[in-house]
Design a protein around this ligand. Structure first.
Ligand code: PFF
Length: 450
């Protein structure tokens, strides 16, 4: 199996694909609304600390597990630790991929609808955008149709394979995304709310830090960096032998954090430019608050509002698509290799299951809103279960597996490319994996959940 495996074609392709997975709704939708709810700069500071001490080490661990085993995450542990229970960590990752794609696909569908609405000029006029959003998400058809379309777009890319599908798309879409983001930042920073927006984002108020904020920041780190569920492990199984794992993880973390902060630079100055709009609008921030910004701020220059809104939602679609393909790939690669299915057939199974989950999550804003699990709708429950429980828990086990169980020689060989690279802080890295990551994740869990 090892030799005939697909592989990425270049180092830049590796970085673009991995960053493509990381950069997504997590950065542009989830990060700003959490920052808005959790006090802005204080939350961002905690997030950056989590990225450095939890996210990057776990990402490198996933990389080395994937590249060493040359297997999808569902089977990687069977290769490296045959006959042990570690395989459950990988299988939990595959399950998480299905669950995340189910509810992520719903928001992905919203981004598609809002792009279409932008093209139609919907955000130019005054209207009640709260009602617009609520009517749309509670409709029994449209959110389901758009969700399905989005998963289908993902499916088409996945079927084309690792190099021609995932890598090629990421190499085109990521630079486009960055360009659009930069234009939007420049536009946004010329709005009247810039000073307030920047203060909110950059000046921490430590009194805002509570247990919930810490758990949010940790969950957001794992979710946003796509770590804790083997997504990076599956991608790394396609890495070339000469890829520098530490450098790749560092680059991905940097790109990912920059995009999140830049998205904040676009959103908050805009939101603060309209008196009365609230930054803690929750998940509706992008879909209710921003349309208000488009038409109120740009009322004197509607064409600029048109371009701004269109670029914004196209940006969102691009970022989302590179993430949905990585989620789809985790499950597709597993089904392909575990059950010896052809890629197209495996991809159809994943698309079908995720679309079915997606229907349940999409309808949980309307028809199925009465179904509650521990008081949460199916959508909110999926987000809670995956981002706040499964990913941090997965991250903890990945750190323990790599730091305590895996032969140190294997870890060193992978991180240094068999001694070809000089990694001066190797010991510190192992220390983070052995102690810092597992203990802090466990401590945050115990504090918050019990
Ligand atoms: N990192 C993606 C985002 O920030 O939107 C979401 C995600 C993708 C999470 C892939 C997990 C994953 F495996």
């Amino acid at each position: 199996m090892a030799n005939e495996r697909a592989s990425f074609g270049s180092k830049i392709g590796i970085i673009m694909a991995s960053a493509g997975s990381a950069v997504g709704l997590g950065n542009i939708w989830r990060f700003p609304y959490l920052a808005g709810e959790d006090g802005g700069a204080a939350f961002i500071l905690l997030y950056v600390i989590c990225v450095l001490f939890l996210g990057i080490p776990v990402m490198v661990a996933e990389f080395l597990i994937g590249r060493r085993s040359k297997a999808n995450t569902g089977q990687a542990y069977e290769v490296l630790a045959p006959g042990t229970q570690w395989k459950w960590v990988g299988l939990m990752g595959v399950l998480a991929a299905f669950l995340i794609l189910g509810y992520y696909g719903v928001v992905a569908g919203w981004t598609l609808e809002y792009t279409v609405a932008s093209v139609a000029g919907t955000f130019l006029g005054a209207r009640d955008y709260t009602a617009y959003f609520n009517d749309f998400v509670s409709d029994p058809w449209w959110p389901v149709i758009y969700m399905f379309l989005f998963i289908l777009m993902t499916h088409i890319i996945i079927v084309r394979g690792v190099k021609d599908g995932i890598e090629r798309c990421s190499k085109v879409m990521m630079p486009m995304l960055f360009l659009i983001l930069c234009v939007l930042v420049v536009c946004s920073l010329s709005l009247p709310g810039t000073a307030k927006g920047l203060t909110f984002l950059l000046k921490p108020d430590f009194s805002k830090i509570t247990g919930k904020v810490v758990l949010d920041a940790m969950g957001q780190t794992f979710f946003s960096m796509s770590v804790g569920m083997g997504c990076m492990c599956t991608y790394a199984s396609y890495f070339t032998k000469d890829a520098n794992l530490m450098k790749t993880a560092g680059s991905v973390a940097l790109i990912n954090t920059c995009v999140a902060v830049l998205a904040g630079f676009v959103i908050f100055p805009a939101v603060f430019s309209v008196p009365g709009l609230s930054v803690d609008a929750g998940p509706g921030l992008l879909f209710v608050t921003l349309p208000n910004v488009f038409h109120l701020v740009f009322s004197g220059m509607p064409w600029l509002g048109y371009i701004f809104s269109l670029m914004f939602y196209v940006l969102l679609v691009l970022a989302t698509l590179t993430s949905t393909i990585s989620l789809h790939e985790v499950a597709t690669a597993y089904l392909c290799e575990r059950f010896k299915l052809g890629r197209t057939r495996a991809a159809w199974v994943v698309t079908g299951v995720c679309a079915a989950l997606g229907v349940c999550c999409a309808l949980s804003f309307g028809l199925l809103s009465d179904i509650r699990l521990w008081g949460m709708t199916l959508f909110t429950f999926s987000d809670f279960l995956t981002a706040k429980l499964m990913l941090p828990l997965g991250g903890m086990f990945i750190a323990i597996f790599t730091g305590w169980w895996l032969d140190r020689r294997v870890v060193r060989e992978e991180v240094t490319n068999n001694g070809a690279l000089d990694i001066p802080f190797f010991k510190f890295y192992v220390f983070l994996l052995k102690y810092v990551a597992p203990v802090s994740i466990a401590a945050i869990f115990i504090h918050e959940l019990f």
